[in-house]
Design a protein around this ligand. Sequence first.
Ligand code: NAD
Length: 319
Amino acid sequence: KVAVFGTRNYDVDSLNSANGEGSDITFTFYEALLDDKTVALAGGHDAVCIFVNDRCNARILQKLHELGVKYVALRCAGFNNVDLKAAEELNIKVARVPAYSPEAVAEFTIGMIMTVVRKYHKAYNRVREGNFLLDGLLGINLHGKTIGIIGTGKIGLLTGKILSKGFGAKVIAYDPYPCNLAEEYGITYVDKLEDLLSTSDIISLHCPLMDSTKYIINDNTLSHTKPGVILINTSRGGLIDTYALIRALKSGHVSAVGLDVYERESGYFFADSSAKVIADDSFARLLSFYNVFMTGHQAFLTREALENIADTTIKNLRA
Ligand code: NAD
């Protein structure tokens, strides 16, 4: 018996279809995030199945334990929202979907880079108003630009490969655990993060959110970047100190930003959600900059990715 939190229609369809008729796994779908207010819904279930913005901290895990829940199945790759140490102490097993479609996120990242550098979003809005003037739409080529990839796991590596092999960009990367495929993909490692920051025209974040990477982009690291740098984040919002970014946008040091993820995005998934939390004014301030392009944690959302997520989630639950 599995309580599925944070459910959208496509979760219901893809999980039911992967589960198949007559399966011994039964799903109950809740269109609510797992948090202190909703955790009681997990009572009577063996497992909870959650996504990126469900909360699974030590307090909630303790409550799940008291309710008899033994498994947490993440429908995503990132696991920053689960306190793994607390889960281990409570003997709650946690599984994730490590590689459902790096292509989905890498391709979205390329689209986001193109949108930011060629201003598709502004052009679209203008043409809808019947305005075909081109002033303010001057872009840059990616060809020949230095693009820095922070984190060369499955997604960062593929993004770097497309930029290098497809666009002819000079792709450099920083990762404490370099991958031996990088050279073949046209990606060159730098030894220190500072070297990437100081030489990149565009920086794209692809490392996981962990204690060691929280606010990896902050006032200090931004001060090492080139004036006019462009920043892209399709990984996790907490990698960027949002207020430091706002300061850098205000000064003009950062010339454009593409964000699929945001530090305080909880609750946005449900149009009618009373859980909509904006803890401060950073969201409105970000959107007030004409050179910031934001989407709502959408990079994963392809048909193929959903199928893979559902298949692996069923396998994880069975295992
Ligand atoms: P992965 O585990 O394959 O790769 C992560 C890489 O980051 C690893 O190579 C690791 O060594 C590196 N890393 C760790 N600490 C680092 C540091 N301090 N500096 C630089 N690199 C560091 O993960 P992945 O599948 O490539 O996914 C990357 C992230 O993308 C996930 O953690 C997740 O947060 C995010 N993601 C977002 C979406 C979306 O819809 N926007 C979808 C899937 C994944």
